[in-house]
Ligand binder design. Structure first.
Ligand SMILES: [Zn+2]
Length: 412
């Protein structure tokens, strides 16, 4: 397929116009097929990557408000409501669980998120999430509990957990070492130094910080993805950088949980690739980009829009184990979003050899409503703002019904 007269960004982020070619699932140099799409009014960008998300957490929004993670599900009336809601969630049928994940994935696709790294919630719903991914065709990295679930499909990868601070033990480290030896290419993820409590937990085991603990256990390399790092000291970041580890930042979640702001400039100065995530209870990825942009400005990072865009695409893709996506060039996977350039609020789009405001306008002021089409691996997922892979009205109706049921079971 030829994307005729499309607008896209070159390596210096300057706007250029030309034909883009899609052959099967990839961006290509040439193709023989005659299918064409007029893209003369569209900006074509790589799809965005939500590198940290807890699937089905979005339906708990508000329930966990203003409560530190360590107090969740406690004996207060809020904690008891949380417990009852989670119990109701756990009683959902497999079909209902698939519905919950499918609703979230479709919402992300419509916003231009073409890859998501979905981590477990309270319990593991691996099979339901996998099925939801198959039904909508989003590119998916799923956290698995153990290597028996590892699989590599065209749009699905599994990742494994590293031991976390709160449950750190020699046994868990030995198990993770064993898994790593047998699956050296697999992504291993961990929440890392998210809270003061977590940082304290690892110090109580005799380490200075979590990254030292991982390094000593021989668990830290370029396949390690460390999420949050709000409390990471400079030595920890240097060590992570030396081992080639990647990090994921979830700025809205961190601020909302009062865990503060990660030392982003320090990470970037050390050459660490950072992905972005919505984390818990949120789906709005564009909000995360805006927040990250503002934090980078506050830390005096140069070219924040360009950096945020790398986090949202290329770096995020590598954090999720998909190095073949996140960039618009031949040979990469055709995961693309098509944005209407003539939206008045997207203007002025000015790009000269010395200056370009395109990424600035998209990262800081962009809105997902401007997205016209979304493609994953060469397949249309959203075309002319309509979901192609299922009946969206039915999906929303089923979601409404399921929410009603969960709320009534919680309040019964
Ligand atoms: Zn998380």
């Amino acid at each position: 397929m030829k994307l005729k007269n499309a607008w896209y960004l070159n390596e210096e982020d300057h706007l250029i116009q030309g034909d883009l070619v899609i052959h099967q699932d990839q961006i290509a140099e040439f193709c023989n097929d005659l299918e064409e799409l007029d893209c003369s009014h569209l900006l074509v960008l790589p799809g965005m990557v939500n590198a940290h998300f807890h699937g089905t957490s979005t339906i708990t929004r508000g329930l966990f408000m203003d409560m530190p993670v360590a107090q969740w599900l406690n004996d207060t009336s809020q904690g008891q409501l949380q417990q009852r809601f989670i119990n109701a969630l756990n009683r959902c049928t497999e079909e209902e669980k698939i519905q919950l994940s499918l609703y979230e994935y479709i919402s992300m696709l419509k916003q231009g998120v073409t890859t998501v790294f979905d981590c477990r919630l309270f319990q593991q719903d691996y099979q339901a999430k996998k099925r939801a991914g198959e039904l909508c065709g989003i590119r998916l990295t799923l956290e698995a509990d153990d290597p028996s679930l590892l699989e590599d499909r065209p749009l699905l990868k599994a990742a494994l957990p590293l031991p976390e601070e709160s449950s750190w033990s020699q046994d868990r480290c030995s198990q993770a070492q064993f898994w790593k030896q047998n699956h050296p290419q697999t992504i291993f993820k961990a929440h890392c130094m998210e809270t003061d409590l977590a940082a304290e937990a690892i110090r109580s085991k005799g380490y200075q910080h979590t990254i030292e603990a991982y390094a000593q256990a021989d668990l830290l390399d370029e396949h390690s993805v460390l999420i949050h790092n709000c409390k990471a000291p400079a030595e920890a970041i240097q060590l992570a950088a030396k081992r080639g580890a990647r990090m994921i930042n979830c700025p809205i979640s961190n601020l909302k949980s009062q865990n503060g702001v990660s030392p982003l400039k320090m990470m970037l100065d050390q050459g660490i690739e950072i992905g972005l995530g919505t984390d818990w209870g949120r789906l709005q990825f564009m909000d995360v980009m805006k927040c990250e942009y503002l934090l980078l400005r506050d830390q005096h990072v140069l070219n924040p829009a360009q950096i945020v865009w790398k986090m949202a695409t290329e770096w995020g893709a590598r954090c999720c184990g998909w190095p073949e996506t996140g960039l618009l060039k031949p040979g990469m996977q055709a995961d693309l979003i098509f944005i209407r350039m003539d939206e008045p609020d997207f203007q002025p789009l000015i790009s000269t050899p010395q200056f370009s405001d395109v990424l600035q306008n998209w990262v800081l002021d962009g809105r997902s409503e401007w997205i016209e089409h979304v493609m994953v691996a060469g397949q249309w997922k959203v075309k002319n703002r309509k979901v192609c892979v299922l009946n969206e009205a039915e999906l929303v109706a089923r979601q409404r019904q399921l929410m009603k049921k969960l709320i009534s079971e919680t309040l019964k």
